[in-house]
Design a protein around this ligand. Structure first.
Ligand SMILES: Cc1ncc(COP(=O)(O)O)c(C=O)c1O
Length: 321
């Protein structure tokens, strides 16, 4: 495969790897210190639009290779949207069915996209990032489907599947090391299943023990799909607190304000979690002034247009349809 020519035999060849990393783009106007080099890693450039392409592909390939998806057996997965979208597209193209169990509060755009991609949907009342502790939340409903109908469903379970971590250990971490030529001093990201932080963090900590790994989380009652707030982290099986130097809690409304800044000042069509992560990075850089940091930007703004209008009412457009 020749990634320079960018001619592919199928969409899966576009998935990220050390040879085909997602892009790092420098932050210029919005970097608060000239002595700090700041980049964003644009995970929305992955073929199915988010950081979740990595874990979804690792989990799907594993199930296929173990023969778990034979005889018409499909997938069932709880998701706040992105894993479901990656899995739905991949599964459809490989001839498998997907039933996605989603919290009702995720944006309409994500629910419709799942249907466009051929998934069957269960919409349940749950936290925005499904939480293993919730009795009747999406994780438990997906488990119930898998248990009640084992011939019909297998559950990858991104919340407990070590392959979620391994995907980042084998791709995101090495990509970051190579793209920064080992200069990275700070990694800024957010926490959902914690696959990204545990995998990429473990790789980078090994390479550079003094790297600062900084997680940025939304305040309680937040509306940033995909993320947990700090109080929910204990119920996360893939969470390794020892890898994280600092957890910064940010008022989630600021995430939406920062999306506008990233779009308008840098031309980066960043989603709400990117806004949150940027705000956390900005605070650290204002304090420390020097370094070489990368922010993992999980997805783009397109799937959150309705959320932006909700939080920033001036964006609403009236008039004849
Ligand atoms: C939209 C979105 N999905 C997922 C994640 C989290 O990734 P992970 O589940 O690997 O912790 C984030 C983290 O920032 C996110 O913003």
């Amino acid at each position: 495969m020749d990634h320079r020519a960018r001619v592919y035999n199928d969409v899966f060849e576009m998935l990220p790897s050390v040879e085909n990393p997602s892009p790092l783009v420098r932050i210029n106007r919005l970097c608060p210190s000239p002595e700090f080099t700041l980049y964003a890693k644009l995970e929305w450039m992955n073929p199915f639009g988010s950081v979740k392409d990595r874990a979804a592909w690792a989990m799907l390939c594993d199930l296929e290779s173990r023969g778990e998806l034979s005889d018409g057996r499909g997938l069932v997965e709880p998701t706040s949207g992105n894993t479901g979208i990656s899995l739905a597209a991949m599964a459809s193209a490989r001839g498998h069915a997907l039933r996605a169990v989603v919290p009702s509060g995720i944006p309409q755009e994500k629910k419709v996209l799942l249907k466009i991609l051929g998934a069957e949907l269960d919409v349940v009342s749950d936290e925005l990032c499904p939480s293993p502790g919730m009795g009747d939340g999406s994780i438990n409903l997906a488990k119930t489907h898998a248990k009640a109908q084992p011939k019909r469903f297998v559950m990858p379970n991104q919340y407990e599947n070590e392959l979620n971590v391994r995907a980042h250990l084998e791709t995101t971490g090495p990509e970051l090391w190579r793209q920064t030529e080992g200069q990275i001093t700070h990694l800024f990201l957010s926490l959902g299943t914690c696959g990204t932080v545990t995998g990429a963090g473990r790789f980078l900590r090994e390479k550079r023990p003094d790297i600062k790994i900084i997680a940025v989380q939304p305040s309680e009652g937040h509306d940033v799909p995909g993320l947990r707030n700090v109080q929910q982290l204990d119920s996360c099986e893939l969470f390794d607190r020892s890898l994280i130097d600092e957890i910064i809690e940010i008022d989630y409304e600021l995430a939406y304000a920062r999306v506008l800044d990233l779009c308008r000042e840098e031309g980066l069509l960043a989603g709400p979690s990117c806004g949150l992560i940027y705000e956390g990075a900005r605070r650290v850089i204002e304090n420390e002034r020097r370094g070489f940091g990368v922010m993992i930007f999980p997805d783009s703004v397109f799937k959150y247009v309705s959320s932006l209008v909700k939080h920033i009412p001036e964006l609403a457009v009236d008039g004849p349809a």
